[in-house]
Design a protein around this ligand. Sequence first.
Ligand code: PRP
Ligand code: URA
Length: 212
Amino acid sequence: MTKLNNVFIFDHPLIRHKVAILRDEKTGMKEFRELIEEITTLMTYESMRDVETVPVQVKTPLEVTTQYKVPEQSVVIVPILRAGLGMVNGVHTLFPTAKVGHIGMYRDEETLEPHEYYFKLPEGTEEKTVFVVDPMLATGGSACDAITALKARGCKKIKLMSIIGAPEGVEKVAKAHPDVPVYVSTLDRCLNENGYILPGLGDAGDRLFGTK
Ligand code: PRP
Ligand code: URA
C-alpha cells in the first residue's frame, strides 16, 4: 500500500487482478457486482487496520486468556447512493453487525455538481467510525459534500473508500478534509470532458444495476 498524505493506494496484485476484470466492458452485471463486493472486502481488511479492539476474557479448553475483539457495531457503513450500495455487502462480510446509513447524491450531468436528495443515519452514528463507500471518486464533489454533511451531523471519525480514484477527486477530498483517510485501489489517469474517469470502468451505477 502506498501512502500520500491522507490518501492510501492499494497495490496488491490480487486487487489489481480483480480491478482489471471489473474495468472490462465485456464484464456483465452479475460478475461486476460480485467483483465490487470482493474488492471491497479486500480493501476493508486493510483500511480497518487501526480499528479499535477491546480486551475480552476467553476460556479455551485449557485456560482463561485475555484476547482482543472488535466491539459490535463500532462501524457504520454509509454508501453514497446509488453505486455505493454495491459495496455494502463487501464491508458486511467483515463487519456483519454494522448498521448502514444512506446518503443520496447525484451528479448533474452538465455541471458535474453533486445534489443531495436523501440522508438517513442510524442513531448514535456520530460516536462510531463512519465508513463512507462509493466505487468512483471522480471530481470528488459527491464525496466532499457527503463528508461535509456527516461532519455537520457531528461525525468525527470518518473514512472514505472508493475502488477507483481520479487525481482530481483524490486531491479535492484530501484538501477539503485532511482529517479523513481516503482509500482507493487505484489512482487512474484523469477525467474526460464529461467528468468520467479514464481509463475507469464507465458508469458504476449503470453497470451495477443494469440501468443502461
Ligand atoms: C457517481 C459515483 C459517485 C459520483 C462520483 O454517481 O457513484 O457518487 O458519480 O462523481 P464525483 O466525484 O464527480 O462527484 P452518480 O452521480 O452517477 O449517481 P449514481 O450512483 O446514482 O449513478
Ligand atoms: N461516476 C461513474 O460512475 N464513473 C465515472 O467515471 C465518474 C463518475
